[in-house]
Design a protein around this ligand. Structure first.
Ligand SMILES: [Zn+2]
Length: 109
């Protein structure tokens, strides 16, 4: 068992887990069962920073492959598409960047 990463939103972790399972990597979400305590109770602990769900994989030796599979996905939430593509070099940039981190071309140029 090895942790890959945690996220406060269980639906995000479920999304990543389904990506891994499509690639034949068995994963599970630790602290997922916390939700059976009831959403309000769980939400209270979330705000305090406890019981944050963690996506884990079962086989340690699949870790590198799992990271490689998730790396195109893991820095952008499924509900957050604010990254932009540089028109000059096609590199993706975080929404906060006004110029391309790679070639310094301005965002909307
Ligand atoms: Zn660029």
């Amino acid at each position: 068992m090895r942790e890959i990463f945690s996220h406060r939103d269980l639906t995000v972790l479920g999304y990543y887990k389904s990506i891994l399972e499509a690639e034949g990597i068995a994963g599970y979400i630790r602290n997922e069962h916390s939700q059976t305590l009831g959403f309000g109770f769980y939400g209270m602990f979330q705000r305090l920073g406890f019981l944050e769900p963690v996506l884990c994989i079962v086989a340690d030796d699949e870790f590198e492959r799992a990271i490689a599979i998730l790396s195109p996905h893991r820095f952008s939430d499924p509900c957050d598409h604010e990254e932009w593509l540089c028109s000059a070099c096609k590199e993706s940039n975080p929404a906060a960047f006004e110029v391309c981190w790679k070639c310094q071309t301005a965002k909307n140029e």
